[in-house]
Design a protein around this ligand. Structure first.
Ligand code: ATP
Ligand code: MG
Length: 224
């Protein structure tokens, strides 16, 4: 990237579509920043805001840390789940100043209703666990001393036990209605999840006069 162009580009905030975008908007609004597009209708991936020096880029939730780590975005909002899975691969260069307390849920183990999870664990059974959260799941079962075969999925984890792909799943749970609809029950919580503000450490050093006020504004909005 050319240094001159880099110096001029607006501060860039990476968000994912859906709950993170929806729940970050009110925090930006409290900082006096509004978005110049309706995300429901636009196909744009770069969105300007009422602050000419701040733009938003729309990326996949699990890609937010990557954009921030490489400095293509100065800041981002990412779930603790996403950070946890990402950190094993590229730990360096990300500063996490703030828990935004949005997109709250839990990372849980769930099994088909009627499956005696405690007994299976007690008997030392080897469990097949389907999940998108391979790192967190591996850590969790290793710490418990439970032998597992982890099957990596990219979505619709609830289906796996229903069709014999797995004994259990590790997935995000908020109300539990998706689990209930698929006759699954949460049997163990692994961690509570919320979304964090993440900042590129180098950008914070070189553009602190523009980035620090944004972090401060987010902090005030969270406190309210
Ligand atoms: P993609 O659909 O692009 O693979 P994703 O499913 O992780 O990504 P979202 O469903 O928008 O994307 O979730 C984004 C973040 O919101 C998650 O990383 C998590 O932190 C949080 N989240 C996910 N599901 C819930 C939920 N049911 N309740 C509250 N927060 C959630
Ligand atoms: Mg999703």
């Amino acid at each position: 990237m050319i240094a001159a162009a880099e110096g001029r580009r607006p501060i860039t905030l990476a968000l994912s579509k859906g709950r993170i975008f929806d729940e970050t908007l009110p925090l930006l609004a409290e900082a006096g920043i509004t978005v110049n597009e309706d995300l429901g209708s636009t196909r744009k991936l770069i969105i300007s805001t009422s602050d000419p020096d701040l733009r938003i880029i729309i990326v996949r939730a699990s890609d937010v840390p990557t954009y921030v780590q490489y400095g293509a975005a100065d800041l981002g909002v990412a779930g603790k789940d996403v950070l946890y899975e990402h950190e094993g691969i590229h730990p360096a260069g990300l500063y996490q100043p703030l828990d935004l307390e949005i997109a709250r849920c839990r990372l849980s183990v769930a099994v088909p209703a009627g499956f005696d999870y405690e007994a299976a664990v007690y008997q030392g059974a080897r469990l097949r666990v389907a999940t998108k959260y391979v790192e967190a799941a591996r850590e969790h079962f290793a710490a418990k001393g439970v032998h597992v075969d982890i099957i990596k999925l990219y979505g619709s984890m609830e289906l796996a036990p229903l069709v014999g792909l797995a004994d259990a799943i590790v997935d995000l749970v908020s109300t539990g209605s998706t689990l209930r609809a698929n006759h699954l029950v949460a049997v163990e919580d692994i961690m509570s999840i919320s979304s964090r503000l993440i900042v590129n450490q180098a950008a914070l050093k070189t553009r602190r006069e523009r980035i620090q006020p944004l972090i401060d504004a987010f902090r005030r909005a969270v406190a309210d």
